[in-house]
Write a protein that binds this ligand. Sequence first.
Ligand SMILES: Cc1cc2nc3c(=O)[nH]c(=O)nc-3n(C[C@H](O)[C@H](O)[C@H](O)COP(=O)(O)OP(=O)(O)OC[C@H]3O[C@@H](n4cnc5c(N)ncnc54)[C@H](O)[C@@H]3O)c2cc1C
Length: 400
Amino acid sequence: MNSSSALDKIVIIGGGFAGLFTGINLIEKGFDKVIVFEEHKTIGEPRHCAGLVSEKALKMFNLYEDDFVINTVSRARFFSPAGIDFEIEGEKAIVIDRVLFDRFLAEKFESLGGRIVYKRVDRPCFINDTVKGVYLDGDEYCEADLVVDCEGVHSGCRILPMTGLSPPETLLHATQFDIENAFVDDVSHVELHFGREVAPGFFLWLIPLDEKNVRIGVASSDIYKRPPDLLWKFMKHGIRRDMFTIANVKYRFGGLIVASGPIGKTYTSGFLAVGDVAGQVKPTTGGGIFTGGICSIAAAQAIAWAHDYGEYSEKTLSKYEMLWRHILGREFKYMLLARKFLLKMRDHEIDELFKAIRDSGICDRVGRKGDMDLQFRTFMEFIRSPRVTLKILKIMLRRQ
Ligand SMILES: Cc1cc2nc3c(=O)[nH]c(=O)nc-3n(C[C@H](O)[C@H](O)[C@H](O)COP(=O)(O)OP(=O)(O)OC[C@H]3O[C@@H](n4cnc5c(N)ncnc54)[C@H](O)[C@@H]3O)c2cc1C
């Protein structure tokens, strides 16, 4: 980047993962006037994330520290509605404390010279159809050469539509309980439970924190099946009820999971959208740390390139979308297809598919060759088994 970069002022809306990581990447690229506006009084709260992320993703982002790691897991067990299960033993995933993690990001950002201002952005400011800054609550104005929107989805995606871009289509309500005094038989595996009674339109997850503490969460697409009710029902009557006989809920939290994949367009003149607000979340699992991280890096790269070109126009910023779609476009496409397929499946079909997977003997290979972050690869490993492929085809034909 050329030296006049010192003059460019970048405003970031939101001090969550995407905002802080984009800020860090921008400073590392040479931008020295990067301001993050955060509407809450502290970073990392309110908490909503389960905190499960692949170790390799955090190491790749250069963000790995032991301090915020709660547990390490390497196996995932998948349960069908009738309790038919299969297990994948694969790469290491870590459970992180999201509050500590976000605060670590904030400290890193500030230690590099970034500024965090605890104020709420009210709206963007336009000059000749180009975003040229933001108005804060109280009509205070902050000018900028470029605005990066990382507002997430929990505040209602307010700013994004004001620029003419469309927010994510599908948001699922999720609830999580941190449970103490649970009987955790194995701290190295997470569980995913599927079915219309357990988790309509998504899945229920169990993440061990240690031998006695477990994080249980669920998202639901059925407005009549509320996530907290689903969790209580699972704990009292589900197939893992023995875990919870003397357990109690220590902490309860939740949030909105983006389940519709990326929005159609993530840039306009003087403005980029990154992270949850741009729908850059895995539609299969709701995980947004890996995908949001890749897009934060792409955003910083595209901004540096646009700076060198001499303008933050719609044309130069389109490079951002080219970059992240180049890396993740196929992933999002196939994860969305997988989600749509799962949504159409009846419970007995999920049972049939899980049985086919378990009996196919493919799980070992999927564990070795699959990838938690790049799920297309995992999907391709599954369909190497003729038994699994045949089952998928049969279910698809029934759905025609
Ligand atoms: C229940 C649940 C479980 C999850 N579990 C996982 C998981 O295990 N692994 C994983 O990878 N991902 C998980 N995710 C997804 C992950 O939490 C998100 O993808 C990630 O945190 C998104 O980061 P973000 O910065 O885009 O948005 P956010 O983290 O929502 O940050 C947005 C920030 O912007 C601020 N803000 C909003 N509007 C304004 C404004 N107008 N002015 C100033 N500030 C503003 C907000 O206060 C907030 O701090 C989960 C999500 C949910 C809901």
